[in-house]
Structures are given as structure tokens and as C-alpha cells.
Design a protein around this ligand. Structure first.
Ligand code: SAM
Length: 469
């Protein structure tokens, strides 16, 4: 069924003359009501799933690979994702296909095999962050910042499910990052925007659009970029993106960046069949990449990449009073048997919680902790009660957890029962902590007692809907 809402005339008029904008085809695709559904798989979890990516195909109707990413797939239809335990295991992320083009910008402008410090500056709910984490090396760091507190919690949930260790979730204003001058090698700014690129998928958003909101978004984008800019190192890559078609938020921002900062615009290689349109900004000829849904199998999107040409070295002055403390030898010894043997981690203590962070990133952890509010770092391991660890949910979902941890495998119906935080019945499980698995991927913890099983799934993450498909 087609969309009832008409596209704003002021938007259509403002796009006349934009390369790649064909009004008739653009209006027709919005009226068609056609929906494109896509997911990006988590390579770390696919590797651990019972039958690799085949496990995913039992619940996801894959159609074809998205050509500009090695990790994304179109689906033939939109399943009811909530009732797929694999989603809750962090096996994949439901994400719009065009926005996965960030992978091309990363691969074409950076050597991803080396150690990089990466900032995702507008990170919630975590589509780009989970993708970036799958692209960077294990020795690299991802700082995912979200300024709005309520949105930072969903960001944290999605990154915990993704299961990687080399990440911090911060909840700061972009201006706070000026204290980390020249710290980052890569900065991804997927800016808040007027959102016209999503009108096909969310026609109800059409009513909120106005030329005035485009102006306000453009000014806010400039403020965000100016606030974050000092934290990018000399030679670092800046990736800017929006889901708006408006020149004020796209080409004009490129001109503004090139006029006000020492940046080189970076062209990206495209394949013709992708249908992506290369544009250049009117004043400074900065390269941008436009996605129109009548030409691309995806929603409206815009992306541009730059290389910074100024700034000095980052100087780290350790604070006399570090905000984080290393765990004691005894605490570390209690935790290590839960982790994969040989994992190169340091164990830290934040209040009563123990957390694991890559040993190679110790300096980075201390620097960020000195200057920003860290909401989450690495993998939360749990708390000690006496000598015994009470494992945290994040440990269950982490790829750091020892593979031979006691586990019970559930079929789909029982896994959903577990995810609703209801009673689960397990046959022959030994008493103590056990992982609940589906297709060999952990969903969370249970504690098996002689006469019952306690379900430790986090209450605020549980499935509230009834049904199973
Ligand atoms: N990158 C995310 C993803 O791929 O899932 C989507 C980001 S969304 C387009 C923009 C984000 O910027 C929102 O989470 C919003 O809360 C945040 N934001 C809003 N105002 C902001 C500001 N003034 N400074 C920084 N971020 C802001």
C-alpha cells in the first residue's frame, strides 16, 4: 500500500537541480510504499554460532548481499525480529542498507589492520558503532558518545549485545571532547538531521519537516562538528553523514567545513551498479555521496570523508588521582578462570563492579576516564560475593567468555520464555551458574538451584510482547 502522506512541496522544490534528483521517480518510489529490509551480521558471533551464518538463515529470509559492505544482507520480507532469539544474542543488527556505506569510507581511507582510536560522536542507537566495532582491529579503540542520556542507555544495550571489549560508551556534550585534543585517528559524525531520507520508511515523519527545521539542523551540525574537530589528530579521517536530502545539511556543510578547517576532501571509489551519486559542493568542490531510493536499494543518505591537515601530537598527562582503579591480585585471580585463556586483558574496578578492558588500551582508558563520563567500558564481568563471582549479563554476551562455560541449549520457544524472564525448566542441569544458549550463542545467565532455576535475564531488556512469530 502506498504512502498517504504527500512529500513537502518545499522539499521537492529545494531539490531541483541537485545531481541525481529526478522528481517523478523520487515521488513515485515514495508513493509505492515499497519497503527494503536489511540486517548486518556480527562476524564475531557468526563465527561462534552452531552452524555459522547458516544458523541465521533458519530465522532470517536472506535475499542478497548488500554490495558496499561485507556484512550486510537484504531480506525478502520483514520478519518479526523481536521473536528471534538471535537478535537478542547480538548475532545481527537491523540496519538500513545505505548507512552501511560507512564501511566503504573506512576501508578506502584507512588501514584497518593497525591500531586506531575511533570516535562515533552521534552514536545512539548504535548502528554505526556496532558496524565500526566489527571493522576495526582488536587493538583499536571505539569511543561511542551519545549526548542524550536516555538514548545512551539503548546505545549501551546494543553494544553490550554486540559483545566486543574494545569499546567505551560515554555520555558527554561534544564540547567536552576539546579536552582530548588530537586524540582520535577517526571521527564519525552521523549528525542529527531533518530526516527526509527516511520519509519512505516513516511517512509519519513528513509532518514534522519544515524549511525552518532544515536551517536549525544545519546550524546544529556546524556546532557539533566545530566542537568535536579539535579532538581529531593531524592526518585523521573525518566521516560526516546525514539522512537528509537538503543541501543545507549536505553540500553546504562540506563547503563550511572546507572553508573553516584545514581539511582535504577525500573521493571514494564507487561501482556504477550501486546507483550512488557522487556530487561536489558548489564552492570548495568537496566530494559527497548521495543515496536516492529510486536509484539505490536503500533509503536516503549522504556521506563525505575528509583528511585533517593540522593539529599536533596528543600529549597525555596522567592524572594524580586516576578515576579508575585496577582490581587487586585476588580479584583478578577470581575473574580470570571465567575468561578465554590467554585473553590480553586488564581487570579494573568501578565501585563494586569488575570490568575487563584490553591491556593494550590501558592508557586510553585512563585518559578518557580523566576527561569524560564513562557510562560503560569494556566488558562488565560482575561483582564478587566473598571469593565467588556473581557474573554480569554483559559477560554472558561477550566474546571474552570462556567457550567451555557450563551451558544449556534451548529450542526457540524455551529461549523466548527465557527472554521474557519467565520460568524455564531445564533437565539435568548441574547446580550453579549456567549460560542459556540458542544456536550455540549465549542469551544470558540462569542459576540452577536444587529445586528451581532462577532466571537472571535483565528485567529492563525482557521481551514484553506475547507470541512467537
Ligand atoms: N549513528 C547512529 C546510528 O547509526 O545508529 C544514529 C545517530 S542519529 C542520526 C543522531 C544522534 O545525534 C542521535 O542519537 C541524537 O540524540 C544525537 N544528537 C542530538 N543532538 C545532538 C547534539 N547537539 N550533539 C551531539 N549529538 C546530538
Amino acid at each position: 500500500m502506498g504512502s498517504e502522506k504527500e512529500l513537502p512541496v518545499a522539499l521537492l522544490q529545494s531539490l531541483e537541480g541537485v545531481p541525481g534528483f529526478h522528481r517523478q521517480a523520487f515521488e513515485a518510489i515514495h508513493r509505492s510504499g515499497e519497503q527494503v529490509t536489511s540486517v548486518r551480521i556480527n562476524p564475531a558471533k557468526a563465527a561462534e554460532a552452531a552452524r555459522g551464518i547458516e544458523s541465521f538463515k533458519t530465522t532470517l529470509p536472506f535475499s542478497s548481499a548488500i554490495p558496499w559492505t561485507q556484512q550486510g544482507y537484504y531480506l525478502t520480507e520483514r520478519p518479526f525480529f523481536t521473536f528471534d532469539p538471535l537478535l537478542h544474542a547480538g548475532a545481527y543488527y537491523v540496519q538500513e542498507a545505505s548507512s552501511m556505506f560507512v564501511e566503504q569510507a573506512m576501508r578506502q581511507t584507512l588501514d584497518l589492520s593497525v591500531k586506531l582510536r575511533v570516535l562515533d560522536g552521534c552514536a545512539a542507537p548504535g548502528g554505526k558503532s556496532t558496524h565500526l566495532q566489527s571493522l576495526i582491529s582488536a587493538e583499536s579503540l571505539l569511543v561511542s558518545n551519545e549526548v542524550i542520556k536516555t538514548r545512551a542507555s539503548i546505545l549501551e544495550e546494543n553494544l553490550v549485545k554486540w559483545g566486543g571489549m574494545n569499546v567505551m560508551v560515554t555520555n558527554n556534550d561534544p564540547a567536552d571532547f576539546s579536552k582530548l585534543e588530537n586524540f582520535f585517528d577517526v571521527m564519525v559524525i552521523d549528525a542529527p538531521c531533518s530526516g527526509s531520507g527516511l520519509f519512505r520508511r516513516e511517512p509519519e515523519a513528513i509532518g514534522e519537516w519544515s524549511p525552518h527545521s532544515v536551517q536549525l539542523c544545519s546550524q546544529r551540525q556546524q556546532r557539533i562538528l566545530a566542537d568535536y574537530y579539535p579532538a581529531l589528530a593531524d592526518g585523521g579521517t573525518l566521516i560526516y553523514s546525514t539522512c537528509s536530502y537538503s543541501k543545507e545539511e549536505d553540500e553546504q556543510i562540506l563547503d563550511w567545513l572546507l572553508q573553516n578547517f584545514e581539511l582535504d576532501s577525500l573521493p571514494l571509489q564507487l561501482q556504477k551498479e550501486w546507483g550512488i551519486v557522487e556530487v561536489q559542493s558548489p564552492e570548495r568542490r568537496g566530494y559527497g555521496y548521495r543515496f536516492f531510493p529510486d536509484q539505490v536499494k536503500g533509503e536516503g543518505f549522504f556521506l563525505a570523508a575528509f583528511r585533517k591537515k593540522d593539529g599536533g601530537d596528543f600529549h597525555y598527562r596522567p592524572s594524580k588521582k586516576p578515576k579508575l582503579q585496577k582490581a587487586s591480585k585476588a580479584e583478578t585471580a577470581a575473574v580470570m578462570p571465567w575468561l578465554k585463556p590467554g585473553a590480553d586483558v586488564s581487570i579494573w574496578k568501578q565501585q563494586e563492579q569488575l570490568l575487563a578492558f584490553p591491556a593494550l588500551l590501558e592508557q586510553e582508558l585512563l585518559v578518557v576516564a580523566d576527561h569524560l563520563y564513562i557510562r560503560h567500558a569494556g566488558v562488565t564481568i560482575g561483582k564478587l560475593a566473598g571469593q565467588q563471582l556473581v557474573p554480569d549479563h554483559a559477560l554472558a554476551l561477550s566474546t571474552l567468555l570462556k567457550t567451555s562455560t557450563v551451558a544449556v541449549s534451548l529450542k526457540k520457544e524455551d529461549a523466548l520464555q527465557y527472554l521474557r524472564k519467565e520460568q524455564v525448566i531445564l533437565q539435568d542441569a548441574p547446580t550453579g551458574w549456567a549460560l542459556v544458549k540458542y544456536e550455540n550463542l549465549p542469551l544470558g545467565w540462569v542459576k540452577v538451584l536444587p529445586n528451581r532455576v532462577n532466571n537472571y535475564y535483565p528485567s529492563n531488556w525482557r521481551i514484553l510482547k506475547s507470541g512467537s512469530n
